[in-house]
Design a binder for this molecule. Sequence first.
Ligand code: FA5
Length: 356
Amino acid sequence: MTTPEGSGTPTSPTLTPAGEGSPELLALLAEIAAKVPPACERFAEAKDLAQLEEFRIEVLGKKGVLTEMNARMGALTPTEKPIAGKLLNNHKAQVIHALNARKDALEAAALANSLQAESVDVTLPGVRPRSGHLHPITQTTLEIVKIFQGMGFRVESGPEIETEWFNFEALNVPADHPARDMQDTFYTERNCVLRTHTSPTQLRSMMRIAPPLAVITTGRVFRCDSDATHSPMFHQMEGLYIDRKVSMAHLKGVLNEFIRAYYGPNIKTRFRPSFFPFTEPSAELDIQSDVVRGGWMEVLGCGMVHPTVLRNAGLDPAEWSGFAFGLGIDRLAMIKYGINDIRLLTENDMRFLRQF
Ligand code: FA5
């Protein structure tokens, strides 16, 4: 019997010349013929490599059918052993061939599947990475700074932690003023506060720069305050113009010019008389807008710099006069973009911020 490995059906080796053998041999030969071909067919039925391995163990493993038949050869006579051994080896070769054939087929199918799953369609349009942008408050700040720079104002800065003197006293805010109450102001260490407005930079600028001067400052300010139009941390822009013979008309002219430049010609505004300890006379400016109940949003306080403040900065009120204003940048942005709650600006919700 010389079947090439894996091809054709192995033929039975010759028994004794009389065609007889021991009962053990006959039983073993019958069992080989009965069990091996079904084992080969089973391999062909394996669904995947894991199942094929299960079948391999059942047939060729330590307790497998072929291994068990091999062990039974010990009970045969010395002349029968080579007969059964040869038959068994031939069948084993056929089993291994069937196993390998199925393994190759399953591996090829698995490879084809994974190639299919991992395939990339290079003709599909790419996914554009999302790029960030400036926060709406930063955008608003840059825009309004540009407008004032265009009118000749230069940008100054001041600290967020201020002495009480710069934040209050120098600005003519007396010790018993409600703004100095712990309820309204964040106190840090002795004699210092988180600045409640950008007005301290009026003093710092007048003390640093000889008049005439036109300066603006932007930055964060802090107050114990929170609702739809009040935030405990918000942004102000301070403006200060000092020269000889400055009047309220100059102030109104500059503010009107700014509001038209920022919102366009159709915006509606109104000036109201008001009071600030550091300006006399004082006023507030409201802008008509649907974002607030009542339809008017206060956006800034302003007035003519108080003589006491000029004196505190070392300037003679008989010679120098000027105007100052402090506007809420967050509120300007609310009106521009139709934001009805100031807290949205600091919640950092990307769905909100992506709109700008
Ligand atoms: C002041 O802060 C004065 N320093 C303004 C000023 C400067 C007057 C120079 C005269 C001369 P007021 O507290 O009104 O004023 O605040 C100014 C603006 O800041 C308000 O009109 C408003 O737009 C904004 N603002 C005030 N409080 C808050 C707050 N809690 N949240 C958001 N914006 C606020």
